[in-house]
Design a protein around this ligand. Structure first.
Ligand code: KG4
Ligand code: ZN
Length: 364
């Protein structure tokens, strides 16, 4: 349904909802300015199982979604200095995929229900488009790393999250080309799995990155995936397995896993993972010569990786841009609202009667 015409007012308020995995999130944006971005993490719930349990995620989303939306509206009202209710929104944007089917469903159903009740246009957003455009969101001081008018095409997006590792090219918003993706594990997934091998719990990527700071990145020579492969593709499974066998061999030899060994393994693994990302991005830079490289996804929280990528892109003569705040790296409603805002401006609305979850929705 495209019956909805966009309101041609100066400011557009959008409520963004994401329940794609294990975070229940809702945000309110005024154009691209983030007025609120509430994230209710389920880490504690899934920790004991060593990974995300879909049914637990679904139940937690269902329990929390109303409260998270109410809080997003409340915080946005404080920031805006006036009461903002659902009926003051111009549209609701929701993630329709990719993600866990039964988790996505919770956010989609809530968005449909609110859109129908308040007669608001519904905007279906691809979760990866949210990560890709998250750098266009402005923080509460109105500062964004980049505005849409500053995009110099072609733009390359490097998306590194727990579920995806992909390189995207685009010449205009909304029309994306996939240049390469992972053949097996995603980058964040590999960090979490190696962290678990090192006894750092789940999700352990952040702890691994902390240990890596104290380690010697040249202590162990782990392979750099697809190093001599011409393809623009990623692979983290072999690297993960190399760490597994290294640890197994040590264990069989009766060697203890001391904090220093953990730090050295973490640093050496992280170095190989970063080199892998850099080598593949370099290939793309040489081929495409983009004006701008956008970074998105949970792994952007990794400062070591960010710095390596930044140097690479700078040496090439392009600009590397990543989101304004930490909250925008990982899954959040604001990135969905920001992608939703650009769809709103193009008048791309979806009929609540036909919107369905799409767990494997491709971006391109
Ligand atoms: O984007 P995101 O929140 O969720 C998905 O869409 O998958 O990404 C989450 C991923 C997790 O795998 C997490 O372990 C990883 O981002 N991550 C990190 C760091 N912090 C979070 N990976 C490496 N270093 C970090 N500091
Ligand atoms: Zn994500």
């Amino acid at each position: 349904m495209n019956d909805y015409k966009r309101t041609k007012t100066e400011y557009i308020y959008i409520l963004g909802i994401d329940t794609s995995c294990d975070d229940t999130s809702a945000a309110v944006l005024k154009n691209t300015l983030v007025l609120s971005n509430v994230i209710s993490s389920q880490d504690d719930l899934h920790k004991q199982w060593g990974g995300v349990v879909p049914d637990l995620a679904r139940r937690a989303h269902a329990e929390r979604i109303d409260k998270v939306i109410a809080e997003a509206l409340q915080r946005a009202s404080i920031n805006e200095g006036k009461k903002l209710r659902i009926r003051n929104m111009n549209a609701i944007a929701v993630t329709f995929g990719p993600g866990l089917a039964i988790a996505l469903e919770v956010g989609i159903n809530k968005a449909k229900q609110l859109c129908t009740e308040y007669k608001l246009p519904l905007i279906a957003v691809n979760h990866m488009e949210g990560h890709l455009l998250s750098a266009l969101a402005a923080n509460s001081h109105g500062k964004s790393p980049l505005t849409v008018s500053e995009l110099i095409y072609p733009v390359i997006g490097l998306l590194i999250s727990g579920g995806h590792t992909e390189i995207i090219k685009f010449n205009k918003l909304g029309k994306y080309e996939l240049l390469g993706e992972t053949l097996d594990d995603a980058c964040g997934e590999a960090f979490d799995k190696v962290a678990r091998m090192l006894g750092l719990g789940y999700p352990g990527a952040k702890a691994l990155a902390e240990f890596a700071k104290k380690g010697d990145e040249n202590a162990i020579r782990f392979p750099v995936p697809l190093e001599h492969d011409e393809r623009v593709a990623f692979s983290f499974s072999g690297l993960k397995t190399a760490v597994y066998y290294y640890l197994k061999k040590r264990e069989e030899a009766g060697k203890k896993l001391t904090p220093q060994v953990i730090a050295d393994v973490a640093a050496s693994f992280q170095k190989s993972a970063a080199l892998h990302l850099c080598q593949k991005l370099q290939m793309v830079l040489n081929k495409v010569n983009p004006g701008i490289v956008l970074l998105g996804g949970g792994v952007v929280a990794n400062i070591y990786i960010r710095n390596k990528l930044r140097t690479l892109v700078k040496n090439h003569g392009s600009r590397l841009i990543f989101p304004a705040t930490k909250k925008l790296f990982a899954d959040n409603g604001a990135m969905i609202a920001v992608a939703g805002y650009f769809k709103y401006m193009r008048g791309e609305f979806t009929d609540p009667a036909v919107l369905d979850r799409s767990p494997r929705a491709p971006l391109a």
